[in-house]
Design a protein around this ligand. Structure first.
Ligand SMILES: [Zn+2]
Ligand SMILES: [Zn+2]
Length: 153
């Protein structure tokens, strides 16, 4: 049985710190499980919104080129089709952005405007969990540096 800490992040993914691994390499270690008011790296709101904007800007540019070609050809049907696609993209962009804003809001509420203190980052502020389990976790961080297993990110 693997031993370690599991943190449930606001984005729905997990941050896992393994202290010891067993031959089965369990996906979730045996040990304390706590919520942590942060996201994993790929789910960071600013990173996500940059990616969403880039993705849809590119799509839009592509559609605009296609519309110009359709207009030059006098192809009304194609033009209408592409216009429909653009409206659909716009709706998807808005929905994706809304999710990021929701995540941003959750983070802000959870943090109360404070910077997140990652467990073990500042020993004096560490108040998580029973002493012995924290010791195990610290050994993991200080020793083997095997952590940050992002589930399905
Ligand atoms: Zn195991
Ligand atoms: Zn995540």
């Amino acid at each position: 049985m693997c031993i370690g800490y599991t943190y449930d992040l606001v984005c729905g993914h997990q941050l896992i710190h393994f202290a010891t691994r067993c031959p089965e390499s369990c996906p979730i270690p045996s040990g304390p499980r706590k919520p942590l008011n942060d996201t994993c790296a790929p789910c960071t709101p600013s990173f996500q919104s940059t990616n969403i904007a880039r993705k849809y800007d590119e799509l839009r540019a592509k559609h605009m080129r296609a519309i110009r070609v359709a207009q030059a050809d006098g192809d009304r049907e194609a033009e209408a089709e592409i216009t429909k696609l653009m409206a659909k993209d716009q709706a998807e962009r808005t929905a994706e952005m809304a999710k990021v804003w929701d995540l941003r809001r959750k983070l802000r509420v959870a943090e109360g405007g404070q910077t997140v203190v990652w467990p073990g980052k500042n020993d004096e502020k560490e108040t998580n969990g029973p002493e012995d389990l924290f010791r195990v976790w610290k050994e993991c961080v200080n020793g083997r540096k095997r952590h940050s297993s992002y589930d399905s990110c």
